[in-house]
Write a protein of this length. Structure first.
Length: 508
């Protein structure tokens, strides 16, 4: 083995109350595509930001080409030969391709920009990707896939030794991904070292030579892609041995499922390009349907599609046997649907409003500005849910940002319960809350089911899915790959479904 292009030893980084990285090691060789895998909070983004000088390290050392480095900014990292291409194309759409590739490092003569030299450099950078396009054309005139290639060309323009790709395929379709992978294999042959971050299992096995798995800020291990079974990779990522299935059956709800023969919601081949592949899904009153899958599998994308946040470009959605087309969440609310989003702080609570104001928000919106709830009605509504959900707040007029995470989540649930929904989509309702609040919310979900509500329950915690669901729909790489009924539901069955579906793969 030759000396590694990149060598990281004992890298640590902490934030107040959080150890984001704890003595992490990493090696990347020249001519190697090295995948970095891990669930949310594993430390992948922090590791990249330390390597590229966004964050200072607390401990550890980094060698690049045998030299110790400690970049203090992304520009300094680029000068050393480390370039990063992020998930969102970070370019300027109204500038030309050439201007984007050379932006911030335009060649000049006597203070004037040498436009001919810029054009020549841009073409040379694109030639490394075997891409021939009009570099003088405005970037926005090209597809997202081409823009992604331009971003990579910009990274290569500085004679990069190490290329870091953070979720580069998230907005690409299958054909575009295949084209990108052709370019990456060419760069690997040219001797470039590549760190490839993704949540798509199949893509990891298709393109990578080695896989490093992080979990909770720790390095789990480094594995040869060809020698690591998918079930083992899933096991390393979520922190459960394949055989380790907790005895949760006795914890699951023992009451009979209240189900009618007629689904309240049916999705038939519903999909959106670049978001979720066409899938079938139905939910009946009195039923909790779990949506399981690794991060990036398409869980939240499915919820957004069903609730009208995103519009499908194919398929049919039926509510109570009637075809509907939601142009906005407002239309979904009119059909008695509700959604608590994955990130309650960004897309859920209004932090500077009171508990009362947050609770009445959805109901008031559904009534319109001409049928305003009086202050007395608002107070009665808020008090009812504060009591029924046991929201810990000194007063209904408390600013909601001052509540604990669990109580903020209860306020969000109260907001939607006030609209008396028939279908409740819960996206990570227990994330970031303490054990007591989590137990209360899980109890509430079963209570809603017993009251005849239909619930779509999304969670990255498999034990929660197992404990709560009467059926489980399994997603991977933004497509539905399986469905488990009550007698089949277990953590092991979900893991096996994620890991073993469609085992054939192209050679890397």
């Amino acid at each position: 083995m030759t000396a590694p292009l990149l060598k990281v030893t004992g890298l640590s980084k902490g934030f107040p109350g959080v150890k984001a990285l704890d003595s992490v090691d990493l090696k990347v060789q020249t001519g190697e595509i090295h995948a970095l895998m891990g669930e949310n909070g594993a430390g992948k983004s922090t590791l990249i930001k330390v390597l590229t000088g966004v964050f200072p390290r607390d401990a550890g050392e980094t060698w690049l080409d045998g030299q110790i480095i400690a970049p203090k900014s992304p520009r300094e990292a680029e000068a050393l030969g480390i370039s990063t291409v992020y998930q969102e194309v970070n370019l300027i759409p109204h500038l030309s391709v050439a201007e984007n590739i050379c932006l911030g490092r335009q060649p000049t003569w006597l203070g004037a920009i040498r436009w001919g030299a810029i054009t020549k450099r841009a073409r040379a950078a694109l030639a490394r990707l075997e891409l021939s396009i009009d570099v003088n054309r405005q970037l926005s005139g090209y597809s997202i896939a081409i823009q992604q290639m331009v971003a990579i060309a910009r990274a290569l323009d500085i004679s990069a030794k190490l290329l870091i790709l953070d979720e580069p395929t998230s907005s690409l379709d299958k054909t575009e991904v295949e084209e990108l992978f052709k370019k990456l294999r060419k760069l690997r042959e040219d001797g470039l070292g590549i760190i490839f971050i993704t949540h798509f299992l199949e893509q990891v096995y298709e393109i990578s030579d080695l896989i490093t798995v992080l979990r909770n800020g720790l390095r789990v291990g480094c594995f040869a892609s060809k020698e690591l079974p998918r079930i083992k990779l899933v096991s390393h990522m979520i922190g459960k041995a394949v055989q380790q299935v907790e005895a949760l059956e006795q914890k699951r709800a023992t009451t009979a499922t209240i189900r009618s023969d007629s689904p309240i919601l049916e999705a038939r081949a519903l999909g959106r390009k670049g978001s979720i592949q066409p899938l079938d899904l139905d939910i009946r009153p009195g039923e909790v349907v779990g949506l399981a899958g690794l991060l990036g599998s398409g869980r939240t994308e499915t919820a957004k599609l069903l609730f009208g946040v995103d519009r499908p470009d194919q398929g049919t959605l039926l509510i109570k046997n009637r075809a509907v087309r939601f142009n906005s969440p407002r239309a979904a609310i009119r059909c008695r649907m509700a959604l608590t989003p994955e990130d309650r702080k960004v897309a859920g609570i209004i932090p500077n409003l009171t508990v009362r104001e947050n609770i009445v928000l959805a109901l008031q919106a559904s009534r319109g500005s001409w049928r305003r709830l009086s202050v007395v009605e608002q107070e009665k509504l808020a008090d009812r849910f504060i009591q029924s959900l046991d929201i810990k707040t000194p007063t209904r007029e408390q600013i909601v940002r001052n509540l604990s995470g669990g109580n903020q989540q209860k306020v969000l649930l109260a907001r939607w319960l006030a609209t008396e929904p028939k279908l409740f989509i819960l996206d990570e309702p227990t994330r970031g809350i303490d054990v007591g609040a989590k137990a209360e919310i899980e109890k509430l979900i079963q209570s809603l089911r017993q009251d005849g509500l239909a619930v779509l329950f999304i969670s990255s915690e498999l034990e929660e899915i197992v404990r709560q669901s009467q059926r489980v729909v399994v997603l991977r790489d933004r497509q539905k790959i399986g469905e488990l009924t009550e007698g089949e539901i277990s953590e092991e069955a979900i893991m096996q479904s994620i890991a073993t579906h469609n085992l054939e793969r192209p050679a890397a």
